[in-house]
Design a protein around this ligand. Sequence first.
Ligand SMILES: [Zn+2]
Ligand SMILES: [Zn+2]
Length: 336
Amino acid sequence: MTAIEGVVPEQGADRELAPKMPPGVLVDGPVVDAKFRDSYISFAMMILGSIGALIWAFWQGIGRVEISVFAGMFMLTTMGIGFMHRYFVHRSYRCGPVMRTILAAIATMAVQGSILKWVSNHRRHHLHSDKPGDVHSPYYDGFGNRIEGFAKGMGHAQGGWVWDQATTDSEYYARDILADPIAMFFTRTRWYWYALSAIIIPGGIGYAFGGVHTMIGCVLFSGLFRSYLMTMATSMVNSVCHSDGRWGYRRYELNDGTTNELVTTILTFGEGLHNNHHRFPRDAYLSHAWYEIDINGLIILGLGKLGLVHDIFAAGSRQRGSDGGKGSVPDTEATV
Ligand SMILES: [Zn+2]
Ligand SMILES: [Zn+2]
């Protein structure tokens, strides 16, 4: 510890830090270096692949196989981020080791970092939502300094935060993940799952249905480009759904900038119902109205009906039953 309370300096921490940054943030050092390595490699591959995909699309064209694999893999990995978020972060339901292995594989295939890193970042986000210490708020940077300007803040929340010279301490936020051999196996082997999702599966299907030419189109368009677009769609939850009412609407008046936004909700299979989610963070099903379509929540309820998951958490619906949906009863059971 230094004079800067709560921040864990590894070495050479000479940045401008807000005086009251909360604990669980690492500044500089090997963990931050490792974060940069992962981010540089994965974003370089996705961005170069996306440029290649656009050139290939104009030069060679994109056919039915490429579009079908794009759609199928987009849906699978969007479900994967639902599992990452509602199971591994918030423990909205329980399941056995076989199911947890399947959920971990699909979650890691989203190419949005390891389970350990995703869970740590997201729990920190909830604990300090739109306050100093939030990992990807439009209002504060990774050092707790106020971001001036709406557009700059949106850029930070949409992706700029990845390049902060600071990261989340998993020892502080995700001890359960560190103690879970299944989640840690997928954390260690993440690059194999990224490769499977972005290159091997799309390439294999492309080769099977159309030979080498379709294989190249599938790797570029349905693998790398799709991974990038899907990551951008997920990131809209951090930007659009934290826009303090600029986009979307607020069902609950909370002490943050969260909104429910329906385009993001469709693109992310329900994760855009973010004001509802911050109000009831542990709920498995986020819809509080007929027009709030939560596909990831419906998948969880379906898995529950099949007996594949159990103990599905639902504080919001119990509360709405008791106070008519006004949101005035403390959600004491819901934790991050
Ligand atoms: Zn949020
Ligand atoms: Zn959450």
